[in-house]
Write a protein that binds this ligand. Sequence first.
Ligand SMILES: [Zn+2]
Length: 286
Amino acid sequence: MAACGTMRKAENRMAKRQFTVCNPFAGVYHIRDALSAHMTLLVGEKAALLFDTGYGLFDPLPLLRRITPLPVTVVLTHGHHDHALGCRWFEEIYLPEGEGESYRQNAGVAVRARILQRAADAGVPLNDEQRADYLASLLPEPCTLAQQSFDLGGLHVRVWPMPGHTMGSVGLLVEERRLLLAGDNLNPVVWLFFKECTSLAEYACTMRSALYLPFSHVLCPHTDRPFGRAAVEDYVEGLRPETYLKAKTVRIEPYSDVTTCECVPTDGFKLVFDSVRAYADGSLIR
Ligand SMILES: [Zn+2]
């Protein structure tokens, strides 16, 4: 596994860069954008696939072209803005079925203005023209993701439905690399408190099912480093009512209207869910 060039102590400085690239496996580029959302570029012998597009503050195409001259198919894990707003740089993108409403709602001007404020607070250099362009640019009308696999040439990618963080979320299994890209269903902090999330019980089911896949590592959209399978197995083992019942109230801005609470399924992972909904839907019953 190749090392990532990003050092933790340089995190603030690096966050101001347009993109930071890690190359953890052959043909796999995990690209962090200026606000720390990641997209993953898979490069085979005859084609490439970009999974997610980040916040979209800067054009990723010059970077992609430096990595590969091959045609790039863009696929989203789900429709949330930190994965989808970068679609504005592409003409054609593929979105999982059921994610269209989220894709459109998350692209509104209020959301974009909030992201620009966050970028300013983080010291991301954007001039007036770039800011105006960010607020005004259109996203492409998405194509529905109907394909169940992609043959990139020496790299076979299987689409795996993963309802949880959103109902329509999908993951990808990169077969030759024994690598799972799980979208927002697996991160150091998993958010499961939106109205478009499944219940905790359904999410746990999704994650248990994913363990049937032949993967050794998982890459996540909100961290540079891959997790090994053992860590994921420990996390999934912790997805049970006994864990949820130990959750503590936590305030997540700008979602303070939701009764969010946080539990720790295993060391290194947190899961934030809506406690009122979890009681109501029976997810906390042992
Ligand atoms: Zn999300």
